[in-house]
Write a protein that binds this ligand. Sequence first.
Ligand code: MN
Length: 480
Amino acid sequence: MSKLYFIVGSQDLYGEETLKEVAADSQKMASFLNEQLSDTVKVELLPTVITSDSCIEQCRRASNDDDCVGVITWMHTFSPAKMWIKGLQQLTKPLLHLHTQANEKLPYATIDMDFMNLNQAAHGDREYGFILSRLNIPHEVVVGFYRHKDTVDQIRRFAEVAKAIDYSKHLRVAMFGNNMRDVAVTDGDRVESQIRYGWEVNYYAIGDLVKQISQVTEEEVNRKMAEYDQKYERKTQNLDAVKEQAKYEVAMEKFFERKGIGAFTDTFQDLYGLKQLPGLSVQNLMGKGIGFGPEGDYKTSALSAVLMKMSEGRKGATGFIEDYTYDLTPGKELELAAHMLEVPVQFAATKPVIDVIPLSIGGKEDPARLIFDSQTGDAIQVTMADMGTHFRLICADIVMVKQPEAMPKLPTARLMWKLKPDFKTGAAAWLYAGGGHHSVISLSLTRKDIVMFARLTGTELITIGNDTTEADLQKFFMPK
Ligand code: MN
C-alpha cells in the first residue's frame, strides 16, 4: 500500500526530555492519521529531524522508497530552517506542510515556558514556511488541529492527489498514429510532459496494433462478447461488427499489458488495416481506468488517466469528453458534449445499449458503440493546453444535467451541462483561457483537487466558476 512519511522538525538545543516528548506526540499523531486514512494510505513516522544531517537522511529515505507517494512535515518546536535546506533539495516526493499542534486548546491555567518551548508550531512553522518559499519547492499547506475532521479530510485529499502524481510519474502513453492533421490544441511538447509529469508518450504504428488484432483467437473474442453481454444491452443484429470491436479490445489489452501502458490515443485519419474506428472497445477500456484521447490528443489521454486515478474510491465518474454544441435558449443555455463514438461508459446513468450505426466521417465500416444518457450532478471540466512556454490547466465548475428532451436520432452517448457562473461568462472565460475542445469531466473531483495537483506539479491554473466575474474577464485575460 502507498504510504506518506511524517517528518517532524525540532532541534537538539532543547535536551533529551523535550525531544522525547516531541517523539511521543509525533507518534501519537502519526498513529491517529494512519488510522483515519487507512482506506487511502499508510502514515508512517520517521525519526525527528534535529540537525541538517538527520534531515538529509530522512528526506533521502522518503525519496528512495518506491512505496512512499508523499511527505507530511510539521515543526513541533522551533527548528532552524537552514538545517532543512540540503534535505529538502533531495526530496523528490509531493510535500505537505501540516500547520498543526499536538494540543487543541491552550492550557491557560498551567501554561509556562516549558510548554511554550515544546509547543511552538506557530513559531517553527513560519521559519519552515519561509525556507520552502525561498527554495521555491512546490508544496501544499494544510492548517488546523490534526484531529479535526476538516484537517483530516484535507490530508486525505493530499494523499489522493499524491497517489495520482505517483501514478503520473510512471504513466506510459501509446499514440497509435500521430496528432490529427492540422489540429493545434491537441498537440504539445512531449519532452516537457515527461519532464514535468513523468508521462512517457511514444508513437506506435497502427500496424503494430493490427498485427496484434490478427492474432486474437475465436475463444478470446467469445469471452469478450460474454463480458459485453453481461454489462450491456445489445440492440443491433450485426454481431460481426460487435465482434470486430471485441477483437480490438482484446488486442489493445494485451498490447498495453505487455508494454505497461495506461493511456492511449488513436486518430480516424490513420486506421490502416482496421475495418472500423475503435468505439465500443475504447468505451469499455475507459470504464476500466485506461486513459484515452482521440485524434492523437495525448495530453487529454494522460490527464484523464491521472484524474481517474485521483478519483479512485470516490463516487461519480471521471473521463474524457469533447465539447460539441449548445442550446442557446436565453436563461436556459446548455452544452451538449459527446464524441463520434468514444464517450466513457462510466458516465452511463442507465444500462448502455450497443448499436451499429454508420459514421458520417472517416470512410470505414459502420462501427459498434455504446449509447447512453449521463449521470448528473456538480462536476468539473478540466483541460490542459500547451502555451509554448508552459502548460496551463483550466478547471471550470459545471452542473451536469438530464437532457431536457429525448434525442432519439443522436447515435452516440452524450453529456449535458450548465456553465458557471452563467453561460456567457463561463464560455468566454474558457475561450480567453485557451481551453480546447477536449477535456476531462469529473463528477467526483472538485476544483480543490485540481488546485492541489497544479500546485504540486508547478502548473499554471485558471479556474472558472461562481467566483468568476465580468471584471475578471476584463483584467485577467488581458495580454501581459
Ligand atoms: Mn475530438
